[in-house]
Design a protein around this ligand. Structure first.
Ligand code: NDP
Length: 451
């Protein structure tokens, strides 16, 4: 790898692409960071000589395993489980588990790589990891999900631990799945430790964890707007997704006097010009968690709302967009449409929801653009605080945690702003987040020598 030193983006990326053939999402995530970090380290030979960026782009460890389980009809099913331990230079590996049929090693490697920078930006001592399986919890009974989670943890338990690697939830992994996995870990190891975050309040979970990512992305948006003397109040906001991140983002936008006009799922989006207010958001939470229903049902229930099958919401005119569903959900065309319809701020609740061409359009137009690794870091920050509470064997109060979430998001915004503000006053938060996130991990790696 010596010939592919990080002195030139194309040379560096050729090396990454060669070593990780076909892993397009991983290439995309690395390119996005390298495009900012490589110019920045040009006059910092210590990082170049120690090949720090090359080492960060190679996960510490990839674990892949078979997950066998029995469905309700006594058929044996086989899935593939993963844990990517990307980098633990500044703390135990930390990052969610995703259960979705689209899960591949490439997707989890991109997420683990991103997570390393995001966790660094929070200011908390957490390394980066990610995991999951190509299992689809949708349409499965609770018993099937339980048997899958138990089988998954029966292998994963040997690779994780409160001081080693602390997974959390992500797409398809909510409170139910975390409960089943924590129960199995406790049974196998005979230890009650903070090995997972996102736990129920009865068994070591933290207040504010469910709210943290969506609220945090709204706080980050608010901080960006404040730099222009603006606020969320009175703005029309288009949100995608209807899961954990989307619904809590919608709730906070309502708290701040904004009007949420769309939400979505993988079958399409609903547009409600009257606004998806707090009561309607509560109805959706119940629909998606307790009843495990589809967003389409919203349009049947609330007059005036329309369901657009198979479509994404980015063509609906708005002031602000918050992608909160999945990766690459805003293409270049979508970004162009948002801009031409007057959108002036984007805060990413999902991970890597905007593709690189879309990001470049937003940056060229100099709108406020909060990249995922900064804007959605509230979730992992609250997970870090859940770890602290577990270590202390105490639970902190809701108000204290709400304030900590707010101040943590302010800190993330400040770090990204200071590293990203340009001579004309425009803040390129993508560059800011990449450089601020890189520096802390890189300095820790330099301190360890060649390991
Ligand atoms: P959930 O499983 O709770 O919700 C995911 C939502 O996105 C659902 O509405 C789902 O629709 C939709 N969705 C999933 N895949 C697709 C797709 N391919 N196309 C269109 N819609 C899709 O997940 P979360 O809310 O927890 O996560 C959403 C995003 O936020 C992810 O990118 C995740 O990595 C990121 N994130 C989550 C954090 C957390 O704390 N939960 C922390 C930081 C980032 P459907 O029901 O049809 O599948």
């Amino acid at each position: 790898m010596c010939a592919k030193r990080a002195t030139n983006l194309d040379t560096f990326m050729n090396g990454v692409i060669e070593r990780n053939a076909g892993e397009t999402e991983f290439h995309q995530a690395v390119r996005e960071v390298a495009a900012d970090v490589i110019p920045w380290i040009q006059d910092k030979p210590e990082y170049i000589e120690a090949q720090v960026l090359e080492r960060m782009a190679e996960p510490d460890r990839i674990v892949s395993f078979r997950v066998c389980w029995e469905d309700d009809n006594h058929n044996i099913r086989v899935n593939r489980g993963y844990r990517i331990q990307n980098n633990n230079a500044i703390g135990p590996y930390k990052g969610g588990l995703r259960f979705h049929p689209s899960v591949t090693q490439s997707i989890l490697k991109f997420l683990a790589f991103e997570q390393t920078f995001k966790n660094s930006l929070t200011g908390l001592p957490m390394g980066g990891g990610k995991g999951g399986a190509d299992f689809n919890p949708k349409g499965k009974s609770n018993s099937e999900v339980m048997r899958f989670c138990q089988s998954f943890m029966t292998e994963l338990y040997r690779h994780v631990g409160a001081d080693t690697d602390v997974p959390a939830g992500d797409i398809g992994v909510g409170g139910r799945e975390i409960g089943y996995m924590f129960g199995q870990y406790k049974r196998i190891t005979n230890q009650f430790t903070g090995v997972l975050t996102g736990k129920g309040l009865e068994y070591g979970g933290s207040e504010m964890r469910p709210e943290a990512t969506g609220y945090g992305a709204s706080y980050f948006l608010e901080d960006m707007l404040h730099t222009r003397g603006d606020a969320i109040e009175g703005k029309k906001v288009v949100i995608s997704g209807s899961g954990n991140v989307a619904t809590f983002a919608a709730e906070k936008i309502n708290h701040r006097g904004g009007t949420v006009i769309t939400l979505s799922d993988s079958s399409g989006f609903v547009h409600d010009p009257d606004g998806i207010d707090i009561e309607k958001v509560a109805w959706i939470k119940e629909l998606k968690t307790a009843r495990r229903g589809r967003i389409k049902e919203y349009a049947d229930h609330f007059p005036g709302a329309e369901f657009h099958e198979g479509k994404r919401p980015w063509h609906v005119p708005c002031d602000i967009a918050m992608p909160c569903a999945t990766q690459n959900e805003i293409s270049e065309d979508d970004a162009r449409s948002l801009l031409s319809n007057g959108c002036t701020a984007v805060s990413e609740g999902a991970n890597m929801p905007t593709d690189i061409a879309g990001i470049n359009l937003f940056l060229d137009a100099k709108i406020l653009f909060g990249p995922a690794k900064a804007a959605n870091a509230g979730g992992v920050a609250m997970s870090g605080l859940e770890m602290s509470q577990n270590s202390e064997r105490r639970s902190w109060g809701q108000e204290q945690l709400r304030e900590l979430l707010r101040s943590t998001m302010d800190g993330i915004h400040k770090r990204a702003y200071e590293a990203g503000v340009e001579a004309d006053g425009y803040c390129n938060y993508v560059r800011g987040a990449n450089i601020a996130g890189f520096k802390k991990v890189a300095d820790a790696m330099l301190a360890f020598g060649v390991v």
